[in-house]
Design a protein around this ligand. Structure first.
Ligand SMILES: O=C(O)CCC(=O)C(=O)O
Length: 257
């Protein structure tokens, strides 16, 4: 567990730089179990659907079930302490998915993961949405690491010529290890890079936001099995209040608290 001072430091890193790393959260055994199941699901998807994030790159929603739905991931005390420091007590979890380049993938366009509440304003507002990434393999220079533009891109208006500006600004290619967690402000400019690795490079993604923030144009809703939701802590139930409940018969219901 992080100390109160460490939580403050990590939250401030996100405020200032746009991201922070939490090293060694998951063991090699836990990662191996998650990766084995992940590879099966993604191969099934690849066999029946075209790529949905450019050449040899897949976005895939994850079922809220083991081994993915592990409280160490979705209710991680350090992560929630950091997001609570950033957001205040009211936060929501609305996204549980993954991004995976395969060898032969190319550069993505530089992008933000959420819209800006005041797009016309020349300056940013405090952090309101954070992506939690969980690499399932070590990121290396070869396997298409995530490239970020830290140092303030989350705090400015979204320029029309994002790609041109990004080319003039310093970026970092993050190389977290499998088992580490990455927290990044959803506004930070970023892109996936080309992979020449020996296998795919899965990166799980969860999104936590202030209670009032909504992603637009997302028909997708996280579905949590009824029994899993019933076993949640009161805090986690509130965090998941905009998710859907997956009933035993496959029907979907709204959450009632
Ligand atoms: O490469 C990654 O892990 C993230 C990719 C990404 O930003 C996206 O697909 O929107």
């Amino acid at each position: 567990m992080l100390t109160a001072m460490q939580v403050q430091e990590k939250a401030d890193e996100i405020r200032m730089n746009g991201y922070a790393l939490l090293p060694n959260v998951f063991s090699a055994e836990q990662i191996a179990t998650i990766l084995a199941r992940f590879d099966v699901l993604l191969e099934e998807k690849r066999a029946k659907e075209p790529t949905n994030r450019g050449a040899n790159r897949f976005q895939m929603h994850l079922p809220f079930e083991p081994p993915f739905a592990d409280a160490l991931l979705y209710e991680n005390p350090d992560v929630l302490a950091i997001t609570e420091n950033l957001f205040g007590p009211d936060q929501i979890l609305t996204y549980f998915a993954s991004d995976t380049p395969f060898p032969g993938s190319s550069y993505q366009a530089v992008h933000l993961d959420c819209r800006l509440p005041f797009p016309e304003a020349p300056f940013g507002v405090p952090v309101y949405s954070v992506v939690l990434n969980m690499p399932l393999v070590d990121f290396t220079e070869e396997n298409g690491p995530l490239e970020l533009w830290p140092g303030g891109t989350h705090m400015i208006a979204q320029p029309k010529d994002l790609e041109r500006l990004a080319a003039q600004m310093p970026s970092v290619r993050l190389l977290p290890k499998a088992g580490d967690l990455l927290l990044r402000d959803a506004r930070v400019w970023h892109r996936g890079t080309p992979s020449n690795g020996s296998r795919s490079r899965p990166n799980l993604a969860l999104v936590y936001s202030r209670g009032w923030f909504r992603f637009e144009g997302q028909p997708y809703r996280m579905k949590i099995p009824r029994a899993t939701f019933a076993a949640f802590s009161p805090r986690m139930k509130a965090i998941c209040r905009y998710c859907a409940i997956l009933e035993a018969d496959g029907c979907i219901s709204d959450v009632t608290l």
